[in-house]
Ligand binder design. Sequence first.
Ligand code: ATP
Ligand code: MG
Length: 396
Amino acid sequence: MTEQKAWQAAFDVIASLEDNGYEAVIVGGAVRDSLRGHMANDVDVATNAVPEEVKRVFTHTADVGIQHGTVLVIHPMSPVEVTTYRTEGTYQDHRRPDQVQFVSSLVEDLKRRDFTINAMAMSGDRKIIDLFGGQEDLKNGVIRAVGEPIERFKEDALRMLRAIRFSAQLGFQIDDATFQAISRQAQDIRFIAVERIKAEFDKIFTSEHPENAMYNIQQSGLAPFLPGEYRHQASYWNHFKASEDARKGWAYFCLLQQPQDSQMMHAFKCSNNEKKQVDEIIKAYQSLISTGWTKKDYFTFDLEILKTAYEFANNFGKTIAQPKSLIEIEKIKSSLALQKKSDLVITGHDLIEWSGRKSGPWLKESLDQILTEILENRLKNERQQIKEWLLNERTH
Ligand code: ATP
Ligand code: MG
């Protein structure tokens, strides 16, 4: 639904620009994805109108990337990014420049794009403009640089990782000459800000074919210039079931480091939230493969974390006595005597009152012990029973 609205909005925007004497087309990922039978959400429009002219045609606009020639047109169905035809001027330090040059021809704009499958346009009357054989490459599942690959990667080294990311998202092969150019220019990836590299990894980790990316990173020689270790990764990623949450992929990647390593996430500038979630998965995984899960583990970890850790243990061929299935995890977790800490019928205050002791480290220990006893069904979650247990049976 939202996809259809985005397309309708883009075609409306094109019609308005044309009515005002300008040229406009849909470009980039949306064209590629629609030819593959996928309706993209981001439908970008390119035009020969300069930003000031675009703003005059539409009543509601927002400046989102005016330095790159992009104006956001607030169409009632869906906002549309409208970007003036441009080249990227001169590249410095193997990065895309901050300054761009507007050009009047669509051909120039398509030439500066990275891959043939990303360099097609669609006109208002739904005709495909394909100057570099993008449709053929799409049909054959090939990622091929537009123009001379070595030059294109020298201009902007991120494109090497983009090629690899698309190989993972689309399940495509990288064309030979393009792949060789990556091998040749691999060291230039050092010039790219790690935040942008991380963003590509997030996309790899949520893609259908991360094994392609892992294989290509290793084979192309990019690996030594990126954080992390890539040897022997590809075959493990064959079994990885991606989710929309990249953190699952980051956890898998950390577990596959030799030795296992989550510190590597610092080098990628992952957020604290991402690191925390990944550490949880790793903890759950380790407790599963070393001692098996206690009731306390089932209680402590979220269902998603448990399921992920279980899936990883299976991927890595670990023998696990229990649980036997994902369903069993759900059953065990949902039948626990307590679902959350606040289900406990007593508080620290009760323990202080009953024991006559002052607050101290013993309090947390006792609460913890009570929790475990109840989860293991050795103690009922009832005030009187807990009081008796505290006064008679507490072990220390
Ligand atoms: P998606 O958004 O699904 O990841 P996309 O193809 O839309 O894929 P974007 O990064 O949104 O990718 O870029 C939009 C378009 O801009 C691309 O299709 C490509 O034509 C062009 N492009 C993006 N980055 C580069 C780059 N580094 N060099 C050359 N062209 C690029
Ligand atoms: Mg896009």
